[in-house]
Design a protein around this ligand. Structure first.
Ligand code: FCB
Length: 475
């Protein structure tokens, strides 16, 4: 048995656009993901989030799922265009009421609400006005944060400003594989900055409301970058600057790293960073949210041989890896999940220990970790997803090892509570511990859900990892 610290927070995570549906109900405005998913050819199978998991209409049932799992916390995101349709102006009260019901329903079940303000669904009107490359979007975000703090801050005691700004900036504005599907490297770096600024202003805004004293956080998908050999140290450092320190620098150290500015000098002069912005981005945080799926392996490209882009990204003008022409992204050994991501939990331990070393006073929390596999319902009506159980087991062991090594890790959230809209992959990739039938919307516990329930109850990992086969608890 590997035990976790007392008060370790166990949870599951979802995001608004991926689960809610009800995309044009009760006054919700359009977001960039509605536009993206409604554009033919951008999402696999032409899938959209119009219905998603119909969570908007199945709130009580989904709250009961969480209660059955016994989790202490639930990480959800607030859809900005549901509560403030155009991204500015007054609140849309039916939208706020939905989150109010969600929060009250969680509290009634003794589950702590962990609210993410921005999980990628920018109101389309703000994108029409320029989106994250525009400074005004950061100001609008802070205003939205203030309104949410006023509406929910008395009950939501844990806030996450942004989810994975790396994806918002680089996948949204550089590679264009995410909404709003732009491919402009200079715009992507301006987006990086305005996300950092928006984060800091949002924390300040929340602290001016009933959310004062609540736990403040941001969730980053930090890349654990390794080099093929020691000769690759310079490209490891460059990839680390773009992926990690572009956010950690301003948010935690009040400055962009010099090597980032230098590496990207041919793309932008960073004149969008005004005096005082870095200080504004750097607000005291209570915990750092970390999303981890797999590590990254790089090598100095020799300029001649065919260049590997192992994570599937396009090289050149539409690369999310700005100014990384000399960096080769190398295929890592398997096994792989259905996303093609290699399974290597050692990166998580190393990443957590690095954060502990670099930011000793700042606790961390795993706000997402999980895996997609092609699960099927078996003849016995069950989903025997032993590979997911194995993935979760490995990564929780890795977390325990980091704690053992001194890292102050406060909690762990499985991605995801249920199968949902996996962005450009649509519904083809299933990450849930609970299965969602696409035709009937019926929820079915996979073996991983039973297993996770047992881990949560024991606050410990079992020795060996056979999935529990006990029946679903009576609620
Ligand atoms: C993360 C996202 C989350 C989900 C997982 C698989 O990048 O934050 O919404 O799509 O990946």
């Amino acid at each position: 048995m590997t035990a976790f610290p007392e008060n370790f927070l166990w949870g599951t995570a979802t995001a608004a656009y991926q689960v809610e549906g009800a995309w044009n109900e009760d006054g919700r405005g359009p977001s960039i993901w509605d536009t993206f998913s409604h554009t033919p050819g951008l999402v696999a199978n032409g899938d959209t989030g119009d219905v998603a998991c119909d969570h908007y209409h199945r709130l009580e049932e989904d709250l009961d799922l969480l209660a059955g799992l016994g989790v202490g916390a639930y990480r959800f995101s607030i859809s900005w265009p549901r509560v403030q349709p155009g991204g500015r102006g007054p609140l849309n009260q039916p939208g706020v009421d939905f989150y109010s019901r969600l929060v009250d329903g969680l509290l009634a079940r003794d589950i702590a609400p962990v609210a993410t303000l921005y999980h990628w669904d920018l109101p389309q009107e703000l994108e029409d006005a320029g989106g994250w490359p525009e400074r005004d979007t950061a100001l609008r975000f802070a205003e939205y944060a203030r309104l949410m703090g006023e509406s929910l801050g008395d009950r939501v005691r844990a806030w996450i400003t942004l989810n994975e700004p790396w994806c918002s900036a680089y996948l949204g504005y550089a590679s264009g594989v995410h909404a709003p599907a732009r491919t402009d490297h200079a715009a992507a770096l301006a987006a990086v900055h305005h996300l950092n600024l928006g984060h800091g202003l949002a924390v300040q805004a929340l602290r001016s409301t009933a959310a004062r004293g609540a736990q403040m956080s941001v969730t980053l998908n930090l890349h654990h970058v390794r080099g093929v050999s020691e000769a690759d140290a310079a490209v490891v450092r460059k990839a680390d600057a773009l992926a990690n320190r572009a956010f950690l620098g301003p948010m935690l150290e009040s400055a962009y790293p010099r090597d980032l500015i230098e590496a990207t000098a041919a793309v932008t002069d960073w004149s969008f960073v005004r005096d005082g912005d870095e200080a504004a981005a750097c607000q005291p945080l209570d915990v750092l949210g970390v999303n981890y799926y797999n590590p990254t392996l790089v090598r100095q490209w020799d300029g001649g041989s065919a260049k590997e882009t192992a994570d599937g990204h396009q090289d050149g003008a539409a690369s999310p890896w700005i100014a990384c022409e000399d960096v080769e992204f190398v295929q890592q050994p398997g096994p792989y999940t259905e996303m093609g991501w290699n399974i290597d939990e050692t990166g998580l331990t190393e990443l957590l220990l690095r954060l502990h070393r670099d930011y000793p006073g700042l606790p961390t929390m795993i706000t997402e970790n999980g895996a997609a596999f092609p699960d099927a319902v078996d003849a016995d009506g069950r989903v025997h997803d032993e590979r997911r159980v194995d993935y979760l087991h490995r990564h929780l062991s890795a977390v325990a090892e980091a704690i053992e090594g001194g890292a102050d890790v406060r909690g762990y959230f499985v991605w995801s509570l249920m199968d949902n809209f996996e962005w450009a992959h649509g519904y083809a990739k299933r990450f849930g511990v609970v299965r969602v039938d696409r035709d009937t919307m019926e929820r079915t516990w996979k073996d991983s859900a039973y297993w996770y329930r047992d881990v949560v109850a024991a606050n410990a990992l079992p020795t060996g990892s056979p999935a529990s086969t006990e029946a679903e608890p009576v609620r």
